[in-house]
Design a protein around this ligand. Structure first.
Ligand SMILES: Cc1cc2nc3c(=O)[nH]c(=O)nc-3n(C[C@H](O)[C@H](O)[C@H](O)COP(=O)(O)O)c2cc1C
Length: 262
């Protein structure tokens, strides 16, 4: 629960203006919590308070570091980063540094989510043995069921692994199925994480086949930490330092922003 430290509050009421659900109201020039209102725990009130007067459950509700100042040219740099992000499928053998990956996934905690529920959670696999066994199980499953036969034909005839390339690391994103919008929230968290990873030189590629198989093949589940009840995998990445895959140009997009202004 948010609390206003009376001794620090200067009565600017910035906290009231930014609350998305009018949880705070004014009383004698100071903010007061209203009964019966649902707080999203978004911490906007605390972030807007110039005096750090708002706490959450008795702890600081904002980061200790001062607000970063973005460098000049940042909008152009961000646009360039988005446009030069690519899907990488060819990687060096060694897996990326766990700490760099952890940091990128942590940054994704600041992605928006429906009612601030943040359902996205992660399983990171950098065991060569586990990755190999997952692929074995997928090949077995394709042969048994006949679904997605291109996975096996590409692998056997072309030595092309369309499920996970030669990734030394896989990142799986899962979440609870009864959150307001887990498909969107996890996709936004993954998109944010991908941009953060690629900014650190780590190549990624969304792995749609892998996501599907992680949900459908029981034997893959047995290789992984058990998911809580009523949770599913919503996305996955192949991850690694790119090797033999360099892009000299930005690819043309055949479908550019299709906008109707009203
Ligand atoms: C939800 C989703 C699932 C994807 N699944 C796969 C996949 O299973 N295998 C693969 O090689 N690429 C996969 N991709 C990558 C797309 O093929 C790639 O984003 C697209 O061709 C554009 O290339 P770019 O990301 O380099 O711009 C997937 C992308 C998304 C967003």
């Amino acid at each position: 629960m948010i609390q206003v430290r009376k001794e620090k509050c200067i009565g600017c009421l910035a906290c009231i203006r930014v609350c998305p659900f009018t949880v705070l109201t004014e009383e004698e020039g100071r903010p007061r919590l209203r009964e019966g209102k649902v707080c999203l725990k978004c911490m906007h009130c605390a972030a807007a308070c110039p005096e750090r007067a708002i706490t959450f459950d008795g702890k600081e509700a904002v980061l200790h570091e001062p607000l970063p100042v973005l460098p000049e040219g940042f909008p152009e740099a961000l646009e360039s980063h988005i446009m030069t992000r690519r899907s990488y499928r060819h990687f060096k053998k060694e897996a990326p540094d766990r700490e760099v990956v952890r940091r990128a996934l942590d940054v994704a905690s600041w992605a928006p989510s429906a009612k601030n529920q943040h359902p996205a959670k992660w399983i990171v696999i950098d065991s060569e043995d586990v990755i190999e066994r997952i692929m074995e199980y997928i090949v077995e499953n394709v042969k048994e069921t006949g679904t997605s036969p291109e996975i096996v034909s590409e692998l056997k005839e072309e030595h092309n692994n369309v499920v996970m390339g030669n990734a030394p690391m896989l990142i799986l994103c899962y979440g609870r199925n009864n959150a307001i919008n887990s498909p969107a929230d996890t996709a936004i968290a993954m998109t944010t994480a991908e941009l953060a990873l690629q900014a650190r030189g780590i190549g990624t590629c969304w792995a749609g086949y892998l996501t599907r198989f992680c949900n459908s093949i029981e034997r893959i589940r047995s290789l992984l930490p058990e998911l809580p009840e009523n949770n599913s995998f919503y996305g996955a990445f192949m991850v690694g330092y790119p090797q033999g895959e360099t892009y000299h140009h930005i690819p043309e997009r055949l479908k550019r922003a299709d906008i109707q202004w009203v």
